[in-house]
Write a protein that binds this ligand. Structure first.
Ligand code: SF4
Length: 378
């Protein structure tokens, strides 16, 4: 068996580790590119969500690279995500591809069903062994998330542009090589030290921006034109409301984000008090949380036509007004262009800088973004 799964940020690092422990050959799809999106968009229904189109592109490229089995996360409403796997399976077979397809339904749908899926991938795998494997791989996934989270904060103050991204690559390699629980623990500390060693300007005045929205758009840099790295280079400190391991964890205690789903939903309740699917409710609650924590602004990312995020978008003007926090909403589809997105983000950062300067009346020094934006254009 040669198994593959679609890209979603650094998820492939955890999957490679998991399948190695299970004794299953993992085919990492080629990195997502414009070509991947074009391939997926060509075979997808026009109004399908952008993530489905990119997923299909990843699957086709993985099958062309030799994969004979595909795995996809399942789920159930109220948005379309639960149908992704079924639709993708049907489209690929109509195109003439032959493969085995596995739907990984959420753990909360039943532990036995969850176990049987893994057992079908690795016959003879006991429940005990699976539990041990998942525990170790998940701890490694947590360590990757911690690195990526810290990088969002360090990048804002780096002295030499690109140092954080280069350090992150080195740190990622150290962690990838670790196998046993002890090695992972040591590698997590060593890789974090590599990141912390990035030379920084402690006096730099940075804007603090929260990133919220649909999980795929937040987790997959290709889908948002590498927005986080761009913002970091503009000297913006970032925190994000969705992380890979938080999203996977059945209890959704959001260890990486730092705010459990229950609390986020409580914050959203005055504006939206029920689940609308995806991250719709969490988006609203997270904007409230970022406002309460004194962030300068929030950027919401969503695929064009995403039902849960569109519901959140329609509610956010009220939240902005009540909590006095600007929110920039960016919707993406296969027609989106980087230049248009960047222009809007730059204008938003100028607005945030002006607000900050007004608030700190008397502070004459311009904040980083304006200067950084100039150099980005050169
Ligand atoms: S959350 Fe939005 S983009 Fe994601 S599957 Fe649901 S509707 Fe589509």
């Amino acid at each position: 068996m040669k198994i593959s799964a679609p890209h979603m940020g650094h998820l492939h690092l955890m999957l490679a580790d998991l399948f190695q422990r299970m004794g299953v050959e993992y085919v990492k799809p080629p990195p997502t590119t414009t070509k991947t999106l074009q391939i997926g968009a060509k075979v997808s229904p026009e109004f399908a969500c952008l993530p489905l189109k990119i997923n299909l592109g990843n699957f086709i490229e993985a099958l062309e690279a030799g994969a004979d089995s595909l795995v996809m996360a399942g789920g159930h409403g109220p948005c379309r995500f639960g149908y992704y796997g079924i639709v993708e399976d049907r489209i690929l077979r109509d195109l003439g591809y032959e493969f085995d397809f596995y739907m990984l339904e959420p753990f909360n749908d039943g532990a036995w069903k969850f176990y049987k899926l893994f057992e079908s991938l690795s016959p003879g795998l006991s429940i005990r062994s699976l539990w041990k494997i998942l525990k170790v791989s998940f701890s490694k996934g947590r360590a990757f998330d911690r690195l990526y989270k810290r990088a969002l904060q360090i990048r804002a103050c780096e002295i030499n542009r690109g140092d954080t991204s280069r350090a992150l690559k080195k740190a990622e390699a150290v962690l990838t090589a670790a196998y046993s629980p002890n090695e992972i623990e040591e590698a997590a500390a060593e890789s974090m030290a590599i990141l912390e060693a990035v030379e920084r300007d402690p006096d730099r005045q940075v804007l603090k921006v929260g990133i919220v929205g649909e999980f795929y758009l937040l987790l997959e840099p290709f889908s948002n034109f590498g927005l986080e790295e761009f913002l970091g280079h503009m000297g913006v400190y970032l925190e994000r409301s969705v992380w890979v391991t938080d999203w996977i964890a059945p209890n959704r205690n959001n260890i990486i984000y730092g705010y459990p789903k229950k609390l986020v939903k409580q914050k959203a309740a005055p504006y939206l008090n029920h689940n609308v699917g995806g991250e719709g409710q969490e988006t609203v609650g997270s904007v409230v949380l970022f406002a309460e924590r004194g962030f300068d602004g929030v950027i919401q990312l969503l695929p064009f036509g995403c039902m849960p995020e569109n519901i959140a978008t329609s509610i956010l003007p009220k939240v902005q007004q009540y909590h006095d926090i600007p929110v920039l909403t960016l919707a993406f589809d296969e027609q989106s262009g980087r230049a248009g997105v960047i222009t809007r983000v730059e204008a938003f950062l100028d607005l945030l800088s002006a607000r900050r300067m007004k608030r700190n009346a008397g502070v004459a020094a311009p904040l980083e973004p304006a200067a950084a934006a100039m150099s980005e254009r050169m």
